[in-house]
Design a protein around this ligand. Structure first.
Ligand code: HEC
Length: 130
């Protein structure tokens, strides 16, 4: 009887040990964080941080390409670059910024950004490039 009890508790012990081991094994090793994404900067409370302003989003994400014209991106502050784009209408630019357009990646790689945040950044670039 005693031996049986020991055996049973032994099993229970090794089972919970096994569960712990599995939990450790399946725990995320790290978080993928694209450059420019806010996850690296504020992992603690992203929800309470509120939506990013167009200016902030431009500075943290869009400027990577739109600051210097990477891949042919229209440069911020350059009316010649932005004039023909703006002529398409803001709605078209919003759609292209959110869904992607040629080398322009969807949401400018900021998958975590809301559509409204992206629109704010588009407006900021268009307004700042007249
Ligand atoms: C990886 C580089 C890259 C990043 C980051 C990026 N863009 Fe772009 N974007 C481009 C390129 C390249 C084009 C030009 C595409 C073309 O006209 O073929 C472009 C074009 C645009 C256009 C014009 C689309 C049109 O219809 O003419 C808008 C608007 C735009 N980007 C918004 C944004 C916003 C907003 C962000 C930040 C949230 C952003 N982009 C981040 C590369 C980038």
């Amino acid at each position: 009887m005693v031996a049986g009890l020991v055996a049973v508790s032994g099993v229970a012990y090794s089972e919970s040990k096994a569960v712990d081991t599995v939990k450790e094994r399946i725990a995320p090793v790290g978080k993928v964080c694209m450059s420019g994404e806010p996850c690296a900067a504020a992992p603690a409370a992203p929800a309470s941080a509120g939506p990013k302003s167009g200016k902030d989003l431009y500075g943290s994400v869009c400027a990577t390409c739109h600051g210097t014209g990477v891949l042919g991106a229209p440069k911020f502050g350059n009316a010649g670059d932005w004039g023909p784009r703006a002529a398409k209408g803001l709605d078209t630019l919003y759609t292209h910024a959110i869904g992607g357009f040629n080398s322009m990646p969807p949401k400018g790689t900021c998958a975590a950004c809301s559509d409204d945040e992206i629109k704010g950044a588009v407006k900021y670039m268009v307004d700042g490039s007249k």
